[in-house]
Design a protein around this ligand. Sequence first.
Ligand SMILES: Cc1ncc(COP(=O)(O)O)c(C=O)c1O
Length: 394
Amino acid sequence: MADLDYSNLHPDTLAVRAGTHRTEFGEHSDAMFLTSSFVVETAEEAQLKFTGQVPGFIYSRFTNPTVSAFEERLAAMEGAERAVATASGMSAILSLCMAHLKSGDHILASSVLFGSTMQLFNNYLAKFGVEVTYASPVDLAEWHAGVRPNTRMFFLETPSNPLIDVADIRAIADVAHANNALLVVDNCFCSPALQQPLKLGADIVVHSATKYIDGQGRVLGGAVVGSSALIEPVYLFLRTAGPTLSPFNAWVLLKGLETLSLRMKAHSENAIKLARWLETHPEVEHVYYSGLKSHPQHELANRQQSGHGGVVSFDVKGGKDAAWRIIDRVQLMSRTANLGDVRTTISHPATTSHGRLTQEARNRAGIGDGLIRISVGLEHIGDLIADLERGFSA
Ligand SMILES: Cc1ncc(COP(=O)(O)O)c(C=O)c1O
């Protein structure tokens, strides 16, 4: 098949077409290459491939045709030169840090991040002499003030997990670049279907493909996306250290990308209905969803995202006991910490995804004991509201 010119194609088209390289059999859907290594014809060919003098597949820790098809499709959708796929979202973040940071460097990170990302920064990178300090995702002055002479990387999630804070990517990118630092955006909550951070000035995007990219709660995966120059060192780390994506998972994720845009629209439509209903509920203190007019960054989200996504969080009156009671009483929603699934999931961040943070870090992030996070799936909205009503009825 002739190579497509991706530059003129809409992301919806890229989601179903990019990365397709048919074999001699002419298969219409992408083939899955379950092989750990690849055979060469001669010893010389092996040497040329190993030294990178000729392209080609060698060993699936390095890469694999199914994995590279996923990488090519995702890069096209993010408007990037290159992506590398990883075994999970956390291995994407780890690989990025191993490739681009060294002892003595400093990360300036958003104070509202996925719990394991903070653990990685605080407990593991710190062991190797990488410093991390935090800035509010919604206060530009803190990013200006937080820069140090050794700051190499700004890291943020937008919208954030679980409070749906929306950071101004372009404004924070300008601060990073004025200080010779890279801006990394975790684009897990929006996915490239709703937001393309590289087009807003970010240098690197990371993904937990486990979430919306798979979209059906089947496999783990991740990716690091950006310019060829910034991704090559990440690839070299992955090829050496090995937290690479399996070809089977890559195939599932390729299929996930094909329906991503439709799913994100449907998730967003259900989520805004649920958020509006929650806003009127007497037992609810606050609803966090950027699609609501009451959200402090509603206008910014409208500018930099083409939709608001499927995650809605809310504080209930009565703290942890009330939150746990609601979670225990729902019958349709799944009690699980995963998100981005076609099935609605419900969780209590303070004791699950963000439970390993100190109370002080949770307070700083605004994650209270009464906070419930719902990843709104594709069930009928009437059934979801009825399920939550059951949860509230004590
Ligand atoms: C925003 C965000 N980033 C990264 C991750 C880590 O991804 P994974 O579980 O695929 O390692 C998660 C997981 O929930 C997440 O919510």
